[in-house]
Design a protein around this ligand. Structure first.
Ligand SMILES: [Zn+2]
Length: 432
């Protein structure tokens, strides 16, 4: 169907012509005045289109554009302007009228056929978007498949700042266009940007005999917001907190917040036990020579106190090849309900002092007994004060073959650590 129609007797570069090109969704009909304008310019003559032509052509192009989208064309294109090319994209049924309209507009300055084209293609969008609950019936109110029509109407509603509240049925489309308060404010505060816009929706009152939309299965979007009033906002007088107990700064992007949420769950509930690990008893002892999955798990646990307390480094760093350590570095992992909720990092050392657990008590002379030393003890946020820390220290002592009062604590001992140490060893503790 692609064709070229010359409007002038001669067929040269300066001749005006109408070109028709078919695409999958519509036909592009364009009046090509490019060479003609050049030749007029060369002779010093005015090449501008009459204003009436421009107005009529733009109206037709816009009506045709909407019609093509109404028919289901999912893409978008720009409406062209200028005096060199006049383009309308029309349904295939309207190609001949479009060609005739452009020809008589260009040659005879007769725009009635352009107006006729507009009249045939224009859609009653404003009417479809009237306020109130209504059912638009396929075949009576519109022709395309309801889902296609609904998509078109949503687009048109959005363009006007409206919420459509649309729903497609096999043979119809239900609509209840509403104007969100914010859109009303926006449009009324900037009338120069929305010329001719008036609010037809806000003061609409649904009549008692308004049709009732059938409830579709699976989603009961009933009109629970009908007649609702917008929420109000009040200034809050506190700035909100800056840090989460898990150690994350709370000011951040949405992405940062999502990462925080994931981290926070682990901080609060513990790290999920990897599926491949066979956990035979409550507390696993992971050494620098354990299988990598275990050492990685210890590393993940180490990250939680690291972030919470702002340490520079992870207390577990043996995540390369297995290798022995002279001081028997190890981690005690407490598991419950498929999550690791407690972590104790330890190694053995033989330089300690005894401390009476009072601020001003002097440290004793050095003790050279080999003792297990607690580097760090950490329990997931929601599991604290349930004896898990104590169980971890007990496991460390049992594993080494000593009493809990014989273990050593690395300094400085945190307040929580001192609290636990006092319970386990009220007479004082070993520190190193
Ligand atoms: Zn948090």
């Amino acid at each position: 169907m692609d064709k070229r129609i010359y409007l002038d007797a001669e067929r040269t570069w300066r001749s005006r012509r109408i070109e028709v090109e078919a695409t999958r969704w519509f036909a592009v009909v364009s009046l090509d005045r490019d060479g003609y304008v050049d030749s007029l310019n060369m002779r010093g003559e005015d090449a501008d289109l009459p204003a009436a032509f421009t107005v009529a052509a733009e109206r037709a192009a816009e009506a045709a554009c909407n019609r093509v989208r109404y028919n289901g064309y999912p893409g978008s294109y720009l409406l062209s302007s200028g005096s060199r090319f006049i383009t309308v994209r029309v349904p295939f049924t309207h190609v001949q009228l479009a060609v005739d309209a452009l020809r008589s507009a260009e040659l005879e300055h007769d725009y009635t056929k352009l107006d006729e084209l507009t009249a045939q293609l224009v859609l009653p969008v404003e009417q479809w978007l009237n306020p109130g609950e209504r059912e638009l019936v396929r075949g009576t109110d519109f022709d395309p498949p309801p889902t296609v029509f609904l998509r078109f109407l949503r687009e048109q509603a959005k363009h006007r700042g409206l919420r459509l509240n649309g729903q497609a049925t096999p043979g119809s489309v239900w609509v209840r266009p509403e104007l969100p308060f914010a859109e009303k404010l926006l449009r009324e505060s900037r009338p120069e940007r929305y010329p001719g816009w008036t609010d037809r929706w806000t003061s609409h009152i649904e009549p008692d005999d308004a049709p009732t939309r059938p409830q579709s299965k699976g989603r009961s979007r009933s009109n629970l917001s009908r007649g609702a009033r917008p929420v109000r906002f009040r200034p809050s007088h506190i700035a909100g907190t800056g840090d989460c107990p898990c150690g994350t700064r709370l000011h951040g992007s949405r992405d940062a917040q999502a990462q925080h949420a994931a981290h926070h769950v682990q901080w609060a509930l513990g790290v999920p036990t990897p599926k491949g690990l066979h956990w035979t008893n409550g507390i696993a002892v992971v050494t620098s020579q354990s299988p990598i999955a275990w050492r990685r798990l210890a590393h993940r646990m180490g990250r939680l106190p690291q972030r919470e307390n702002g340490y520079d480094t992870n207390s577990w760093f043996h995540v390369r090849e297995p290798e022995p350590t002279p001081d028997d570095v190890r981690a005690y992992l407490f598991q419950s309900n498929h999550r690791v909720i407690g972590y104790l990092n330890a190694h053995d050392t033989d330089r300690h002092h005894h401390w009476k657990l009072a601020e001003d008590s002097p440290a004793s002379i050095q003790d050279r007994t080999l003792r297990p030393q607690i580097g760090l003890i950490w329990v997931a946020g929601t599991h604290r004060r349930h004896g898990i820390g104590r169980a971890l220290v007990q496991a460390l002592a049992d594993d080494f073959g000593c009493d809990t009062s014989d273990v050593s604590w690395s300094t400085p001992v945190s307040a929580a650590g001192q609290h636990l140490a006092r319970k386990l060893s009220p007479e004082g503790i070993w520190i190193s």
